[in-house]
Design a protein around this ligand. Structure first.
Ligand code: NDP
Length: 302
């Protein structure tokens, strides 16, 4: 952040480290008291470089928390039937308490067919329609990790969010819709904006909490943001960075950080923000899934 910036930083490194430490404590307790080691599996189809990095990071974080990590790397030409067979195998594997298929999958595979095939109780990413429906109905569900991470960060900055106006830009099943559901559950007044919304800056300016989950680099500028608002930037966009050298790139969010930090009350950085929370929440989901499977109570504040 520049020295003139006014917003406080919602630091994903600190908040995610705290959550991962709490996960590790719980994992140690499950091992000690129940002889249970939660297991998280990830299936990666093909070799998309960004996905490779995510999968490697997830595996490292899983082991660091004391959990079992399983990785299945399938070639890009894997058929949908073969992928669904792998999903069925993990559904039946008692050592795997949660798993996900890293998206995107190659074009010849239907992402929805894959999601539908995952046992909802092992759906670490919370994408199965049953979990989405349960979340929308206010019932216990596997909650998508990135949205959960957004909520934790918003609460970290804003405490009780009740009555606040939250504007979520983006309506994907992966981020926008579940973030909106979670904010609604916190008693926010929620507006969901998207590519067909009229006068997006005016809508965004109404927000006490602004969540950007769009995939457009630096789209949100300072004149989109109410003074003092909490700004959660979900976007991860790779852009050219000629200042780092020819052909170099860097990651930026959907929010123009330096510009918006001049007016926001609190803001998440990219990198070092929501992305780190996603991994921590995935680990937490796996512990929750393991406990539900074995009818073990978790501490209320876990
Ligand atoms: P999608 O492409 O699935 O959804 C993008 C949403 O943004 C859509 O609802 C779309 O509207 C809306 N949108 C697109 N362009 C505009 C625009 N010009 N104005 C207003 N709304 C617009 O993306 P995801 O939800 O999967 O991801 C969003 C971002 O978050 C990406 O940058 C992605 O990389 C990042 N991400 C980060 C994660 C993390 O761990 N930090 C995890 C997952 C995603 P419409 O529906 O009308 O098309």
């Amino acid at each position: 952040m520049t020295s003139s910036a006014k917003a406080s930083l919602i630091d994903g490194k600190i908040i995610s480290a705290d959550l991962r430490a709490r996960v590790a404590v719980e994992v140690a307790r499950l091992k000690r008291e129940h002889g249970l080691t939660p297991g998280l599996a990830v299936i990666l189809v093909g070799n998309d470089p960004a996905s490779e990095v995510y999968v490697r990071n997830k595996g490292l974080a899983t082991k660091e928390a004391g959990m079992n990590s399983y990785e299945y790397r399938l070639p890009a030409e894997t058929s949908e039937a073969d992928l669904l067979a792998k999903v069925a195998e993990l559904n039946a594997d008692p050592a795997v308490h949660g798993f996900l298929v890293q998206f995107p999958v190659p074009d010849h595979i239907s992402q929805q067919n894959v999601i539908d095939a995952i046992d909802p109780s092992k759906d670490a990413d919370g994408l199965h329609p049953l979990n989405a429906g349960r979340l929308a109905s206010g019932l216990p569900a596997m909650v998508p990790a990135t949205p959960e991470g957004c909520l934790i960060m918003a609460k970290h900055a804003g405490g009780d969010l009740s009555g606040k106006h939250a504007v979520v830009i983006g309506r994907s099943n992966l981020v926008g819709k579940p973030v909106a559901q979670l904010l609604l559950k916190e008693n926010c007044t929620v507006t969901i904006a998207h590519s067909r919304s009229h006068d997006l800056p005016a809508i965004a300016r109404e927000a006490d909490i602004l969540v950007a989950a769009v995939g457009r680099p630096n789209m949100v500028k300072r004149d989109w943001v109410k003074k003092g608002a909490i700004v959660i930037d979900v976007g991860i966009n790779r852009v050219p960075a000629p200042e780092k050298g020819e052909g170099k790139t860097k990651l930026v969010g959907d929010v123009d950080f330096a510009d918006v930090a001049e007016v926001a009350g609190a803001i998440t950085p990219v990198p070092g923000g929501v992305g780190l929370m996603t991994v921590a929440c995935l680990l937490r989901n796996t512990v929750i899934a393991a406990c539900r499977r074995h009818a073990i109570d978790l501490p209320k504040d876990f």
